[in-house]
Structures are given as structure tokens and as C-alpha cells.
Design a protein around this ligand. Structure first.
Ligand code: AMP
Length: 644
């Protein structure tokens, strides 16, 4: 077999790996246990060993402070973000601020970046795959929630690199799920993918036309999932324990962790049973030293009453996506369920009520994403026929397979108004009553050093000339490959039926989940690439100097929908340096922001007058440098060698 490319669903709770080869897509299982689900848990043992997966999950109950889980909901989040603040309250392991503003996990006196923790999981996933396949596998497609921002995608890629993987593509989870369901089925119609996992909720709306999958809208909440349900149940348990024993387990992190594990167990049981009854022994000790047990019962009716508002919040997110797509729920032909939390009967009922149709759940919601990723991975590995265009709107590039061809869909070189004010200005369309016009932009001109960089392409010779937007405003494309009809019901390690090896690869047309903005003046910001733009996409903005002889400028960039910069998620700052000395306003810099097929940001810059490229670096908040990645990979290699 040729070197396989893995499809990896790096989940909040569990991770799954699959491969696709000639006419066969299958989930890989741990040879020893036969398990397809690899818990995304890392535990730092007193011996110095690092346990990952099943062994680590069990240690949550006995060593909560050194056992790290659900890290996916924090990856790429700055330490000072609301999400990390909330996590610090609820997780038993320690989180600390890193030197570039990211969050670090502290365990047994050592600190680890969040990508490094995810890399431990990915290394285990890779090891499971290699043992199952009996050969090395270093290339992978890794999936992420559709609404992951630039920092989160970049951090996921970094995790892959630390784990020694060549990450060929970051793929949106719902798009992967759609591939697994739809490729090769010849179906057409509107599909909604409702994805409720352990930590995140995503809704993605797409049009399927044969083997073309065109996302029309996506929306999500990265803090809404099964973990939140566990907390609700754990709180109820803590109340019962307090009532019965006059002891509040919330003050004892280890005891509370045991409650959370019991809560998750009860929640899952209640998806199948009308009632659960459980005892957690020796949860605490009384003043006389006697063991205090928790005795707890819960009915499905009770948990459903607790969950209804939480599940209801998913439909607020759905409404957001519907608004973007200008559609109503009843206009969808199929609703696909993804994520472990969609096993909850209440979720299924509420989804059915909202969409007015019964959701499909033919493929195991735990493994469907990895299978779609594997299908895409095989396309990227090459060796599949080129896709054909089904309509005049979709054009197939020469290099559609294994490589994304960029089509500029909304690129425009913005001409500057006369008399541009210093120090940096950009022109844009404005609506009346909004914040001050961009021509009033006053941005800092100093270079900030010390933060990590990401690669920036500054080869101006490669810049494409601006292209007019295509009809309908859609454009970018990507390609993947062959897939087979899904089997029912829920085969966990599956070899799907053969399809013709010459079946053309499907086309994936995705969108960017959040607007990319630059800071302007008085705390406002201006969108450069708008939410829901088809990707890959690029947009060029022209900035100019504001000081005589200015040699460098600084542009702050963020993602979000607010007009206020500090209400958006700061991504970092773009440094432009090596500008030619000239009077203020005389030097213009055309900065091209590109969101590639991974959904990650690339930037290049040039002086439009001279055609000279400019040095341009983005210092990402919490970014990780190449040197740091190499160091982490080395440390991890040692840990793994010792643990085995
Ligand atoms: P995922 O992120 O897709 O792996 O989903 C994991 C989440 O699904 C966790 O919060 C699990 O507790 C939850 N889950 C898995 N199975 C069930 C079930 N039978 N009933 C309720 N929740 C479940």
C-alpha cells in the first residue's frame, strides 16, 4: 500500500483516525482494545511517564490536577480570553499565561502549551494508526470545528507538527461529515449538518449537487457541548451531596472531578434508560473520619428539563446560519447529526421539531468526521481522477487534486483618495452613521518584537493581478476524492462498499466563519474579508506611511463581527518593515490578506509603485515559533520513548 494519508478527527472528548484507499474507507482501531475512540486526555504520571488515551482518562479520577482533557475548546485562545477564564474556574488542572499571551498547562512543575498537549493526543492517534496499518504514516488531514478562528487553526496545525505529522489540510468537521455521507450517493439538495460534540456546537448549511459540496453558511459556538451538560448534572449531584451530608464537594477539586465523571456516565445512560441510580463511594470524609457516599437518582424527564434551555441555544446559532443563507429550516432536504451529544433523545426530538424532518444518523456520529477527513486525505494524496464541473458557476482548476488553486473572488486594489492622512490609511466603502472613515486611520508605527511569527509569503512576483468578482460572488474551490455509500447502523470500524476507482473527486466549496478585520481609528475596525466569503479568498488593501522617513508600520488584525476592535478576537499584528525613506504619505503598501483552503491566513505585501516586496510578519497572539515547535517535538519524543 502506498504511504497512507490519515484522516484525523481531533475531538474534544475523543479522537478518531481513518484511512481511505482504493474503494475502501475505514476507521482504524487500537489493535489491543479494538477501540475506535481514543480519549483526548493526557495525564502526567509521577514516574515521569505521559499517559495518553484510555490510560490517561482513568487517571482523571485519581490525579485530576495532572490530567488534562477538553483542551480543544481552549486551543488558540489567548490566556486573557473569556473562554480561558471560565475554564480556569471549572477545570482541575492549572492554566497559566505564556510569554506570548497564550495559555499554558502546568503539570508536575512543567508547563506545556496547548498545542503541545494536543500533540500528545495526535502522537497517540498516529501510533494507533501505524500499529493498525503496520506501516508508518506521517501525512494527515486534521479536522476542526467550522467556526474555529485563525488562532485556533494555526494552533491545531502547530500541534500536528509537534506530533511529527505533515498536516496536509485543516478541514472543517461538518464538511468532512457531508463528504462521508454524500460522496458517491449522487444526491442533490440542501443539507444541514448539526454537530454537537463534547465542547463545541456547529451548524453548517450546504448544497449538494452530485459530488459538489458547496457550503452556504456556517455558524457555531465554541463553548456549547457535552461538557456543559456534565457540569449541569454535576452541580445537581453536588447539591444533593451538600443537602445529605452538609459538605460541599465543590471546594474539593478531586472530589468534584469524580462527580463530573459520574455525571457524564449518568448522562450517557439516560440516553438509553428512563432512569439512573448511582452511588459514588467515599466522595468525602465526615468530621469523625467516616466515609461519605453520594447516592443519586435522576430520570430522563429531569435531565431533559435541565437540558432544554442549553439545547435551545443551539437553535439560536442555527437561526444565525439561516439568516446568512436566507433560508428557513423547513427548506432543507436532509439534516445530518454529528457529535456524541446528538445521541441524546431530546436533542434529536428538538432537531426534528426545528427542521420539520427526521434527522439522518446512518453513520456513527462519533466516526463520521474522521471518515470524511480520510476521503479528503486520499484526494490530497493524488491518484484520483479530476473532478468535473457540474454547473457554470463551478470551475475546475488544472491542479484541483491535491492542491488548491486560488481564485480571487473579491480582490480589489483599493485606490487611495487624494490627500491621504498619515500615518496609514486605507480606502473602503462606508455606510452613513458608522465609525469614522478609514481615511482618518491613525495606526501605530512601531515594531513589536518578541512574539512568535508565522510564515508570510512576501514573494510579490507570485501576486496575481486583481480579478473581477465572479457572478454571484462565489469562487474558491478545493478538491477531494472518492467515497462510498454509508452503511447503517453505526459500524465503528468499517470498510464501506466499493465504488468505481475512476469516480471523479468531489469538489468542496467552503466559507470563512468570521470576518477578518483591521483596526482603524478610535477603537473601530474595518472588515477586510467578510464572514461567509467562499474560500480560498483574498483581498488587497493599500496602506500608506504617516511619518516622514517612516521605515516600518504596524497593523492590528482581528476576527469577529463587531465594529469595535476590542470586541473582536485579536489575532495579532502585522509588521511591515524595510519601507523606503520618503515623505509621509508617499509610500504606499498593498497588503494582500488571503484565507486559504485551510481557513488560515496568509499575508503578502508590496509597494505598488515600485513592485518591491515588503517584509511582512504576523505576530500571532500566543503564536509558536518554528524553534519552539522543534523543541516541543524533541521533548515529546523523549516522553514517548520513556513511556513505551
Ligand atoms: P465528541 O466531541 O463528538 O466526541 O462528543 C463527545 C461528547 O458526546 C461527550 O460530551 C460525551 O459525553 C457525549 N456523548 C457520547 N455518547 C453519549 C450518549 N450516549 N448520550 C449523551 N452524550 C453522549
Amino acid at each position: 500500500m502506498a504511504a497512507p494519508v490519515l484522516g484525523i478527527d481531533l475531538g474534544t472528548t475523543n479522537s478518531v483516525v481513518a484511512v481511505s484507499d482504493a474503494g475502501n474507507t475505514r476507521v482504524l482501531t487500537e489493535p489491543e482494545s479494538g477501540s475506535a475512540l481514543i480519549p483526548s486526555v493526557v495525564s502526567f504520571h509521577p514516574s515521569g511517564d505521559v499517559l495518553v488515551g484510555h490510560g490517561a482518562r482513568d487517571r482523571r479520577l485519581v490525579d485530576a490536577a495532572n490530567t488534562v482533557y477538553s483542551i480543544k475548546r481552549l486551543i488558540g485562545r489567548p490566556f486573557r480570553s473569556e473562554e480561558v477564564r471560565r475554564a480556569r474556574e471549572r477545570f482541575p488542572f492549572e492554566l497559566r499565561e505564556g510569554p506570548t499571551g497564550g495559555a499554558l498547562v502546568v503539570a508536575r512543575g512543567e508547563s506545556y502549551t496547548l498545542p503541545e498537549i494536543s500533540a500528545f493526543v495526535l502522537r497517540e492517534v498516529r501510533s494507533v494508526a501505524e500499529r493498525a496499518l503496520g506501516q508508518a504514516a506521517v501525512r494527515a488531514v486534521i479536522t476542526v470545528p467550522a467556526n474555529f478562528n485563525e488562532l485556533q487553526r494555526s494552533a491545531t496545525k502547530a500541534a500536528g507538527r509537534v506530533a511529527g505529522l505533515e498536516v496536509m489540510r485543516i478541514l472543517n468537521e461538518p464538511t468532512a461529515a457531508a463528504l462521508a455521507y454524500g460522496y458517491g450517493s449522487g444526491q442533490t439538495g440542501r443539507v444541514a449538518i448539526y454537530d454537537l460534540g463534547g465542547g463545541t456546537f456547529d451548524i453548517t448549511l450546504l448544497e449538494m449537487q452530485g459530488d459538489v459540496f458547496e457550503v452556504t453558511a456556517t455558524a457555531g459556538d465554541t463553548f456549547l457541548g457535552g461538557d456543559d451538560i456534565d457540569l449541569l448534572v454535576a452541580e445537581r449531584m453536588a447539591d444533593v451531596f451538600l443537602r445529605d451530608n452538609r459538605y460541599d464537594p465543590r471546594g474539593d477539586r478531586q472530589a468534584y472531578e469524580r462527580l463530573r465523571a459520574a455525571a457524564e456516565w449518568a448522562k450517557c445512560e439516560l440516553s438509553a434508560q428512563p432512569e439512573v441510580e448511582l452511588t459514588v463511594e467515599e466522595l468525602a470524609y465526615g468530621e469523625d473520619g467516616a466515609a461519605l457516599n453520594l447516592n443519586f437518582t435522576m430520570t430522563r424527564r429531569e435531565i431533559e428539563a435541565m437540558l432544554t434551555p442549553l439545547v435551545g441555544r443551539t437553535f439560536d446559532v442555527c437561526e444565525d446560519a439561516m439568516r446568512l443563507a436566507r433560508l428557513r429550516p423547513a427548506e432543507f432536504d436532509r439534516v445530518i447529526l454529528v457529535g456524541g451529544s446528538t445521541r441524546i433523545p431530546l436533542v434529536r426530538r428538538m432537531v426534528q421539531e426545528y427542521f420539520k424532518s427526521e434527522p439522518c444518523c446512518d453513520i456513527d456520529p462519533d466516526t463520521v468526521v474522521a471518515m470524511g477527513a480520510a476521503i479528503h486525505a486520499r484526494a490530497l494524496a493524488g491518484d484520483v481522477p479530476q473532478p468535473s464541473a457540474p454547473s457554470s458557476q463551478v470551475q475546475v482548476p488544472d491542479n484541483a487534486i491535491g492542491k488548491v488553486a486560488l481564485r480571487k473572488v473579491s480582490a480589489e486594489r483599493v485606490s487611495l483618495p487624494a490627500g491621504l492622512p498619515p500615518p496609514i490609511a486605507e480606502a473602503s466603502n462606508r455606510t452613513a452613521g458608522g465609525p469614522p472613515p478609514a481615511a482618518d486611520v491613525v495606526l501605530g508605527s512601531s515594531i513589536v518584537v518578541g512574539a512568535a511569527d508565522i510564515d508570510v509569503d512576501v514573494n510579490m512576483n507570485e501576486m496575481l493581478p486583481p480579478a473581477p468578482p465572479p457572478p454571484g460572488g462565489t469562487g474558491g474551490f478545493d478538491a477531494a476524492i472518492m467515497m462510498q455509500q454509508p452503511q447503517a447502523p453505526y459500524p465503528s470500524a468499517m470498510a464501506l462498499p466499493q465504488t468505481r476507482a475512476d469516480r471523479p473527486a468531489p469538489l468542496l466549496l467552503d466559507v470563512t466563519p468570521q470576518s477578518l478585520v483591521v483596526e482603524t481609528v478610535s477603537g473601530y475596525c474595518d472588515p477586510v474579508i467578510r464572514r461567509n466569503a467562499a474560500i480560498p479568498v483574498e483581498q488587497t488593501r493599500v496602506f500608506s506611511t504617516g511619518l516622514d522617513g517612516q521605515e516600518s508600520v504596524l497593523i492590528r488584525i482581528a476576527q469577529g463581527e463587531s465594529r469595535r476592535y476590542d470586541e473582536c478576537q485579536a489575532l495579532g499584528q502585522l509588521e511591515l518593515h524595510g519601507l523606503r525613506p520618503a515623505p509621509r504619505g508617499a509610500v504606499k503598501i498593498a497588503v494582500t490578506f488571503e484565507i486559504d483552503a485551510d481557513g488560515t491566513l496568509q499575508v503578502r505585501a508590496e509597494d505598488p509603485e515600485t513592485g518591491q516586496r515588503q517584509g511582512a510578519r504576523i505576530a500571532l497572539v500566543g503564536g509558536i515559533s518554528d524553534e519552539e515547535i522543534a523543541m516541543m517535538a524533541q521533548r515529546q519524543g523523549q516522553h514517548f520513548a520513556e513511556s513505551r
